[in-house]
Design a protein around this ligand. Structure first.
Ligand code: UTP
Length: 409
């Protein structure tokens, strides 16, 4: 992109300050800035209007029945056989979402590199690989393992896996791919600069994972390998089952386009997104959109009608992902701390939030699909997220849960 083209693009989005120090840059830096301007999608910034996060309109919310533990238990053998067969024949891939910044944990390294061990080293990545290896052993088939990183953590992540010999996984079954980045801005929607010649950017949320898989060639690789289903999961739940044969089998046997692992809510007002139907399509309603009426609504058994929260572990059918890949997902505006260069050229690491990041979320993909199976799992056995260092959803709480499940730390 030429300087003139960059100028025009920035002018269109009211971001001309990006070129303020262009004259002070070396030729190489100028070139890099012009290509960053070319690559950045500034249209997401319209989601921040005068400092106000844009409200998303919601459709009509009605209950979506989950498959509960008793039914899963009754059909466990059939589901497990179907799932194992699909895995053995290479139809199931795993996608680890590890592109996030993990700012709440406060480590500069990728979150998966965090050591949660007490008497020995136990890395988050290691736990996830161990969990997957259990299914590899049981099924006798290698599960292609895709890892999404971002520009900010790619090199470190790849190096870490190499250094640890992929924690016993087969190297050729591991495929890394990078997600896209989005600009970060102040409350007024003006992008921050992180260097004189560089716009501040952050990973664009976990919702773009399949598009990034397609752009990077990882989706084509999955296709080549004969993958038909992708199990997508977050990096921070160290207890989760990956490519769980019973879950895979349940989704296949019930003919759904996707499945979502869910846990029974601890309390009606627990802060988790719950599965529902929205205008008749599967969807997830965030806790802040759950009105008192919805919170108190009951199903035929007299249980709360919106009782199952998602844990960011989904199974998607590739064919459907390909079909919906060009749909535009909503942009979520998230308040965050964004390091930036101030007017004097000093690099500032703010102590409190100073602007917005713009993210697409995987949960919004569910609404694009025709059917989804909410599949209940036992919280204490499958849900130990690490978001913070201490307190709720922390290293401490996850350690306790791991030990409760017999995992030596
Ligand atoms: P979180 O919502 O916990 O975000 O991500 P985060 O960036 O990791 O952590 P904080 O909010 O800054 O503390 C849930 C999952 O989605 C992945 C994360 O790596 C995690 O597995 N994710 C998130 C991405 O892969 N890319 C993103 O852009 C954001």
């Amino acid at each position: 992109m030429t300087y003139e083209e960059a100028y025009q693009k920035l002018e269109r989005y009211g971001q001309l300050h990006v070129l303020e120090r262009y004259g002070e840059l070396s030729e190489a830096e100028q070139k890099a800035l012009l290509s960053q301007i070319e690559a950045v999608d500034f249209s997401v910034l319209s989601a921040a209007k005068g400092g106000e996060a844009k409200e998303e309109g919601r459709g009509k919310i009605t209950p979506l029945t989950a498959m509960e533990l008793d039914e899963i238990e009754a059909r466990r053998d059939t589901f497990t056989q179907t799932g194992l067969e699909a895995i053995r024949s290479g139809k199931v891939g795993a996608v680890l979402l590890a592109g996030g910044m993990g700012t709440r944990l406060g480590s500069d390294d990728p979150k998966g590199m965090y050591d949660i061990g007490l008497t020995k080293e136990v890395y988050i990545f290691e736990r996830l690989i161990q969990n997957t290896l259990e299914v590899v052993d049981k099924s006798g088939g290698w599960i292609p393992f895709f890892i999404m990183t971002s520009e900010k953590n790619h090199e470190k992540t790849v190096r870490f896996f190499k250094e640890h010999d992929y924690f016993g996984y087969r190297e050729e079954s591991v495929v890394f791919f990078r997600q896209e980045m989005a600009p970060a801005s102040g409350y007024d929607g003006r992008v921050y600069m992180e260097e004189k010649g560089r716009i501040a950017t952050s990973p664009n949320g976990n919702g773009g994972w399949f598009v990034s898989m397609q752009r990077s060639g990882a989706a084509a690789k999955a296709r080549e390998l004969g993958v038909e289903w992708l199990n997508v999961f977050a990096v921070d739940n160290v207890l989760q089952r990956i490519a769980d044969p019973c879950f895979v089998g349940a989704v296949i046997e019930t003919g759904r386009a996707c499945g979502a692992k869910v846990v029974r809510k601890a309390a009606p007002d627990e802060k988790v997104g719950v599965m529902c139907l929205e205008d008749g399509r599967p969807s997830i309603v965030e806790y802040y959109d759950l009105t008192p009426e919805l919170m108190e609504a009951k199903d035929q058994k007299g249980d709360p009608a919106y009782n199952f929260g998602v844990i960011l572990n989904y199974l998607f059918r590739m064919k459907d992902l390909e079909r919906i890949a060009d749909r535009i997902l909503p942009t979520h505006v998230v308040e965050k701390k964004i390091p930036y260069l101030d007017e004097k050229g000093v690099y500032v690491r703010p102590e409190s939030p100073n602007g917005y990041k713009y993210e697409q979320l995987v949960l919004d993909m569910i609404r694009e699909l025709d059917t989804c199976l909410p599949y209940e799992v036992v919280r204490e056995k499958e849900f130990a997220p690490i978001k913070n260092r201490t307190g709720v959803d922390s290293v401490e709480s996850a350690r306790a849960l791991l030990q409760q499940n017999g995992i030596a730390l």
